[in-house]
Write a protein that binds this ligand. Sequence first.
Ligand SMILES: Cc1ncc(COP(=O)(O)O)c(C=O)c1O
Length: 349
Amino acid sequence: MENKKSFASDNWSGACPEIMQALNNANAGHNEAYGELDDIYTNRAIKKFKENFGENIAVFFVYNGTAANVLGVSHLMNSYHAIVAAKTAHLNEDECAAPEKFIGTKVLEIETEDGKIKPEQIEPFMQSIGFQHHAQPKIISISQVTEMGTIYTPEEIKALADFAHANNMFLHLDGARIANAVVALNTDFKTMVTETGVDVVSFGGTKNGLMFGEAVIFMNKELAVDFEYRRKQGMQLHSKMRFITTQFERYLTDDLWKKNALQANAMAQLLKRGIETIPQLEVSQEVAANGVFVFMPAELIPKIQKRYFFHVWNESPIGKPGMKEVRLMCSWDTTKEDIEGFISELKKS
Ligand SMILES: Cc1ncc(COP(=O)(O)O)c(C=O)c1O
């Protein structure tokens, strides 16, 4: 039986055919384990990352996004340091307190309307610096795309990086959906990340066509010294490393990442236009990438979810009685027919 399509998350989709092919090709014969020395797949993937982000980076591969976030930032801080992030940040709300457990850190959260934080919202936390009773802010963490489907411009990222560095802090970018952001702004990784001053990136691919795997990129390789030990101690060193790195090599070849992200983003725009034709629905956030947030009458939600599953993001949005805010995610494999089917289901209900 064919799996039903949904709008639940971009990791409800499978791996794209090009990635499956790459995995299959890498399956032949023996290859050095753990990504060491002569592992051709890992070496080629690292070369691709350097082409996209610059030669001075150090890149390490892990299993998932939570580990990339936790291990990446943990390398730049101590347990008495704090991470400043939007309240909605995955690192804050959706990692089961892994940063708190594995780093021992405190996350200082900022309430936002759109998932984005600004330097002036971080400023008040600076009062803690040098005060021995408070955890010391050390990392600013942003998500690109944000958990509310919005995007930081390179100028906004640079302002945060400048603020971080002026205060002896680092900027972490959770790029679980970085490809969707880069194509939405019609830019490239160097402009968005290397030239803005980001210090460490969690580079995702699973939401955009990979089967699994994430990369931690230190934008200055000197910051990465000894990270291999932290990754191993953090239980994230994959022995058959080629199966992560062959995926990234393929992903960064022939613009596969762009093709997949452009499709997901285009479908989100189509979905937004469809939603706008239905009077009782209201798009609640700017549709910048592949997510569409919508105020939906509460009684409608379970009926539609039976056919097309999606998540409720906010059970009781302020000023919207009887409504819930839902999140509709498009993926690399979302089609025009999926959108049309979903819109017609909404119109029927
Ligand atoms: C913004 C963001 N960061 C990171 C992740 C990665 O999480 P995981 O550990 O499930 O790979 C996700 C996945 O939902 C996410 O949405």
